[in-house]
Design a protein around this ligand. Structure first.
Ligand code: HBI
Length: 355
């Protein structure tokens, strides 16, 4: 049994854990903390005030939330609000670093990467999105060049967006499969799941469902109100299709009844946790062949891959859902995306860093 590691996980500064603002990172942090504690490691999580993470204890840090990186442009300057929670998180880490064997950063922000060289305790970075800005690319590359095996990513496609994928450990993702109940016989509706924000391309799913004359259920955090208003103006059925931002238990109750999940990412989705949530319920995935979903979907078995931004391609895939095998979907989730598999991959990464 490998020795127990003392791990400090530092969360995203864009919102408290549980608010949905942190997107996939919230699920990753919860699943990883649970999986690593089950393997006997000591996990401490640092996050903004108001955070909750299941039964995992969280040290809450005050300060102003960070604006989201995914809405800035490539040449966006690095900004830090006054009394930034990001700065306060890393001040706490600096003060307490001796209590830990590895400090793991989950923020997609410049400061933690820049601070790597200033810490005695090894700092590792789980990169949660693809390349978004020149400033971030620069500091991520700096860590990749100055330190060995300190960068982790969900998928190789995501790592490739930075241009030097070999510097990244590819760690995939996972979900707690016990929370998702297989459904052999779904209803009529399709599902769309995710932060309602332009880079997720919800309009294509609405258009494809309209053409295919199939009902669509929309679930997720209503992050960009103006964007949602534009969607409702263009698709009057959108507002009653919106089910809400549900906790996992309720979410999977709706998701498992659906014939397929539609994923329409405009950007390189780093992973697409929603894809494995669907597979765990036996729900096949129809996705643009872009980013993480392209590495998850097994075409003709557990879903269909569609040329990016091709709405007609989505319609054809919707017509071919019945060729897919719902049991194969659940099986893939159990084989590749269990908590135990994820924790083992991260444990291996941390052991290599500490060695
Ligand atoms: N933006 N500045 C910033 N920092 C983050 O950690 C961050 C973000 N935008 C989105 C985000 N994290 C999460 O949704 C990731 O899971 C994608």
């Amino acid at each position: 049994m490998p020795s127990s590691l003392r791990l400090l996980f530092i969360s995203t500064p864009v919102g408290p854990l549980g608010s949905g603002l942190g997107g996939g990172v919230e699920l990753t942090l919860l699943n990883l903390s649970q999986g690593l504690r089950a393997r006997g490691h000591e996990v401490t999580v640092l996050a903004p005030v108001g955070s909750s993470l299941g039964e995992i204890p969280v040290v809450e840090i005050a300060g102003q939330l960070q604006p989201t990186a995914h809405t800035q442009g490539r040449s966006a300057p690095i900004i830090l609000p006054s009394d930034s929670v990001l700065g306060n998180l890393w001040h706490y880490a600096q003060q307490h670093q001796r209590r830990f064997d590895v400090i793991v950063n989950f923020a997609y922000d410049w400061l933690p990467f820049y601070l790597t060289a200033f810490f005695r305790t090894p700092v590792a970075h789980f990169v949660t999105m693809g390349s978004l800005s020149d400033a971030m690319d620069g500091v991520v590359q700096q860590v990749g060049q100055q330190f060995h095996r300190r960068l982790g990513a969900y998928t190789r496609t995501q790592a490739e967006t930075f241009g030097w994928p070999d510097s990244f450990e590819i760690l995939g993702s996972a979900i707690d499969l016990d929370l998702y109940e297989f459904c052999p016989a779904p209803g009529e509706a399709l599902a769309w799941l995710g932060r309602i924000s332009p880079e997720k391309g919800l309009e294509d799913a609405l258009e494809a469902a309209e053409i295919a004359q199939v009902p669509l259920k929309i679930l997720g955090k209503l992050e960009d109100g103006a964007y949602w208003q534009r969607l409702c103006d263009r698709f009057p059925q959108a507002s009653q299709a919106y089910v809400g931002f549900l906790p996992t238990a309720e979410l999977q109750q709706v998701l498992r009844q659906c014939r397929a999940l539609i994923m329409t990412p405009r950007w390189v989705e780093a992973f697409g946790n929603v894809a494995i949530e669907a597979l765990a319920c036996g729900v096949p995935v129809i996705a643009y062949a872009r980013g993480g979903p392209a590495e998850i979907v097994q075409p003709g078995q557990t879903g269909w891959l569609v040329p990016p931004d091709d709405v007609q391609g989505l319609v054809s895939a919707i017509a071919a859902i019945d060729h897919l095998d719902r049991h194969a979907c659940r099986l893939q989730a159990e084989t590749d995306f269990s908590l135990a598999a994820l924790a083992a991959r991260f444990e291996q990464w941390f052991e290599a860093i500490v060695a």
